[in-house]
Design a protein around this ligand. Sequence first.
Ligand SMILES: [Cu+2]
Length: 104
Amino acid sequence: MRTKALFIALAFASVCFAKDIKTVVLTTNPEMHCTGCEKKIKDNIRFEKGIKSIKTNLDDKTITIEYDADKTTVEDIIKGFEKIKYEAREVQTTDTKSTESTQH
Ligand SMILES: [Cu+2]
């Protein structure tokens, strides 16, 4: 009886840890052009529901966001950008390889 309860508790714990963490790369309009924009985005978006981490890259104007897919969606994150007057768009990350190969 006791071992069964323990087993159930362990199984439940592993479900809790198996969170659906996803990553999305966004660009904004207007683009981030200085650290002020970067800070504004970071300070606001990190308080949105389900946001795990935000990495901004001023060189290629992208924002990489790690989020909990159980709590939020890319659409919700984009809505968060609307609140601070930024239009965000999802970047297709799969084509980064092809741009690198054309440089040879
Ligand atoms: Cu700026």
